[in-house]
Structures are given as structure tokens and as C-alpha cells.
Design a protein around this ligand. Sequence first.
Ligand code: SF4
Length: 258
Amino acid sequence: MTATTLRLSAVAGDGRASLSGRVVVVLGDQPVECELVVPDGKVAFEDVLPVLRQLTDFIVDRGAAAAEAAGRAVSCRAGCGACCRQIVPISQSEARALVRLVAALPEPRRSDVRRRFRAALEALDASGLLAEIDTAREGEPAAAADIGMRYFRQGIACPFLEDESCSIHPDRPLSCRQYLVTSPARACESPSPATIETVTLPVKPSQAWLVSDSLDSGVAWMPLVYALTYDEQVPPPGPARTAPDILRDVFSRLGTRD
Ligand code: SF4
């Protein structure tokens, strides 16, 4: 079988020295040859996150195309933000990336987004779910599913949701990228496994990233709304591993289905 070639880059064109290399990732039963360009030297996990974003988009596009070919068109559209009231599990590195992104926003948008983060946390605290989430964080990422429905019923919109659309679409977390449905959009207003049909993906990069990051950092998953508070309370660990070292570990975990 001929391998598809995919170019994945985590280099921003800021003059930093880079490394390039190739790796073959098997997605389902298809090999995908990846040409990688990453920063040289020691990096933080979030510095290589663009590679996982690009790989995730590739996997999701193929999954969506396969679903459409099977008569299951994707019903997600800009302006439908029903799923953006669900709990969004992210890694500490994704939290750091979101903090960087918010810090770079122009005013008054930056202050608006920070205010929405504070409001979301206050609403969670008032609901009594904060303590449950902290307990669930000590378990497997799937533990989020146990409290997911109650979180959703609180109607707490993601701080990045504006006019029912994602205001950070190119930079949204991996788990948001992976979530596409083929069931009617209305079903997402009251999501349950009985009514929601998601696009099937051969692998879930968000889980590989989360496990790898958590084992490296010792920090469990967190809901997206924790991101700014977490960064205020815990200083960034700084660059500690090379990009090839990080990606080798993440790619080795891609074989896991859920
Ligand atoms: S980051 Fe964007 S896609 Fe993800 S929950 Fe928030 S608004 Fe929705």
C-alpha cells in the first residue's frame, strides 16, 4: 500500500534553529509518512503541539470524508456551539498554550476572555462540581465522562465561545478538534450516547498527547476552564526534552483506540 505523505511543522518561522525528519504513523490500516520539522534543542511540550494539531486535523478530515462517503454527513457547523458547553479535558501543555494565546490577544478582548474564565469557574464552584472534578482528575481521563452530563446541564459556555462559534478555531484543543457528529445538530442540545453519533477515528491523538504529557509532567488532565488559574498557580516547568523525544513517546501511544 502506498503511504500518504504529510508535512507536519512546529516551527513558527521565528529564526529558531530546526530539525527535520521522517516517521511513518499507521492510522487504522493505512501508513502515513510524516515529514516533521520541529525546533532544535530542549523545548516545552506545548512547543510541539502544532504537530499534533496538524496530525489530528488530517485524521479528522479523513474520518469525516469516510463518514460522508457512507452517507453520514457531518452536521457540525459554525454558529452551532452546543458541544462547547461540555467539559473539555486538556493537558497542562495545552493549558499553557491557551495562556500564551490569551496573553497575546488585543484588548479589550483579552480582558473579556479572562473575565469569562473567571465567570465559568465561579459557576462551576456554585454548582458544587469543582470538588468532583478535582476527584475525577486523579482517575483516568475517561472519568470526565462520569460528570460530563451534569457539567453540560450547568450550561457553562466555553470562555472562547463567541456568537456560538469557536473564537480560537485554529488553536482549539485536540479534544475539540476530534469531536465531530453526524447526528442531527439538535441532538447536541441534550447529548447522550443514545442520540449522538460521532465520526469514528482510527486513533485519538488527544489521548496519546494527554497520557504522554501527564506521565512527563505528573499533572493530570484538567477542564479547559482551569487553564488560566492553573498557570497562575503553577509556574511553567520550562524546556526539558527535545522535540523528537517528546514526539517519539506520543506517536508510540497512537495505537490506542477507545
Ligand atoms: S475551545 Fe472552541 S471548540 Fe473547544 S469548547 Fe471552546 S469554543 Fe468550543
